[in-house]
Design a binder for this molecule. Structure first.
Ligand code: SAH
Length: 395
């Protein structure tokens, strides 16, 4: 192992001893000359003890730790990490005859900061959030093929919007492996969908809502459901299978509405219970009549992407939830979510509390929801926790 070295200031190794994966620039005392963006570096304490090996990148986080052992970042390293990620998903029961979509790698949650890999049937969609992961992409790609075996037919690399300096790096989205006219439906809990990794948001589908959708299915029977911010219609096709009387999907993006319609038709061809509308959520909620729906899903995009936006975001959540409480039929159920990482569980709950108080209705919490096992949170890296939700009964 002959990597360039970074030396920490005294005591700055403490968070690393607790396996927190990030090294901030302020913790660094000295670094070797000419470190390249994304290069692998060895990190030492002020007393010259080895502490970690990771990817270097200028910025407020200067090193993203790959290992706390003195090991080389070679093909075997990637195979070992991906194999253990796959094992975890298998042990969580996520690979089955009726479920072939799951997140294989969730960054820090899988000890691979800066890397996301989602699996949709025979296709892996890979996303780098750091230069180091971008530079390692071919090694990761080979490891992925070795670990997944014959089931893997394509690897699509999609980092144009997530990678810093993507344009400077000459980065373009595209297939690293396979990729000839891929049209294959993936399956989630026995329901089919077409993930659109090329034109869709993120890697093409929001896998993180799988278990929350399954819970919604249990509440759907005989209800009139409104799926706000529906994107590809995930909550809608679960509501249909659960026996909802009608299901309306709303999203401001007409492309999303097209995808939602396609996915519902794939599972329930010709079923007249479903209709989708391309409209702004606030406008739609403002125009409906009280009592039109007795099951409402609110799964908006992250209202706060950084700390500076928290206050406005909380107002947004309050306004949105208040509108739903106002319009829902007596005895209705609301599934409400926030995927803003910077907004904690308590703050979100307080915003929903304020919305309930504004509506003057009696509201009870039935479930408190989070992200599933294929989006694990490293306990030493609480920043990895982002999805939170409440299921509410509104009298
Ligand atoms: N619930 C979805 C994921 C939602 S992602 C699922 O289960 O897959 C957030 C969605 O909100 C995006 O599709 C985006 O187009 C939509 N959106 C953003 N702002 C909106 C607005 N003001 N009104 C309605 N939809 C909006």
């Amino acid at each position: 192992m002959n990597y360039k070295r970074i030396k920490l200031k005294p005591k700055k190794e403490e968070s690393l001893r607790r396996f927190h994966p990030w090294i901030f620039s302020g913790a660094i005392q000295q670094k070797d000359n000419d470190l390249a963006e994304g290069e692998v570096v060895s990190v030492y304490t002020a007393n010259d003890e080895f502490i970690a090996v990771g990817h270097y990148q200028t910025g407020s986080i200067e090193v993203r730790t790959l290992s706390f052992e003195e090991e080389a970042i070679v093909p075997d390293f990637w195979k070992k990490r991906l194999a253990s990620a796959l094992e975890l998903r298998k042990s969580a029961g996520l690979l089955s005859a009726d479920n072939n979509s799951y997140r294989l790698v969730h960054g820090e949650g899988d000890n691979l900061p800066g890397l996301v890999i989602d699996i949709y049937a025979g296709t892996a969609v890979m996303q780098s959030h750091s230069v180091g992961m971008h530079k390692s992409r071919m090694m990761i790609c080979d490891a992925l093929k070795a670990v997944m075996g014959d089931t893997l037919k394509n690897i699509y690399y999609k980092s144009e919007t997530t990678l810093p300096y993507a344009a400077d790096l000459g980065m373009e989205n595209g297939y690293l492996y396979g990729g000839k006219d891929v049209v294959e439906a993936a399956e989630e809990n026995g329901l089919k969908f077409y993930p659109d990794w090329i034109k869709g948001q993120k890697t093409g589908f929001f896998i993180d809502q799988r278990e929350n959708r399954a819970l919604l299915e249990r509440y759907a029977k005989g209800r009139s459901a409104l799926n706000m911010f529906c994107y590809t219609g995930g909550f809608s096709f679960y509501a249909m299978r659960g026996g909802a009387k009608l299901v309306h999907s709303v999203d401001s993006s007409s492309k999303a509405i097209m995808l939602a319609n396609e996915n519902v038709a794939l599972n329930f061809p010709g079923d007249k219970r479903h209709e989708a509308f391309a409209e702004d959520a606030f406008k739609y909620l403002g125009n409906i009549h009280p009592g039109d729906y007795d099951l409402i899903v609110l799964d908006p995009p992250a209202f706060a992407k950084h700390r500076g936006a928290i206050k406005n975001a909380l107002q947004g959540y309050k306004r949105l939830n208040a509108a739903a409480f106002d319009k829902i039929a007596p005895g209705g159920i609301v599934f409400t979510f926030s995927c803003s990482q910077v907004i904690g569980k308590e703050a979100f709950r307080l915003a929903v509390f304020s919305a309930a108080a504004m509506s003057g209705k009696k509201v009870r919490i039935l479930h408190q929801l989070s992200q599933p096992a294929d989006h694990p949170v490293n306990i030493y890296h609480p920043e990895g926790e982002y999805l939170k939700g409440l299921v509410l009964h509104v009298e």
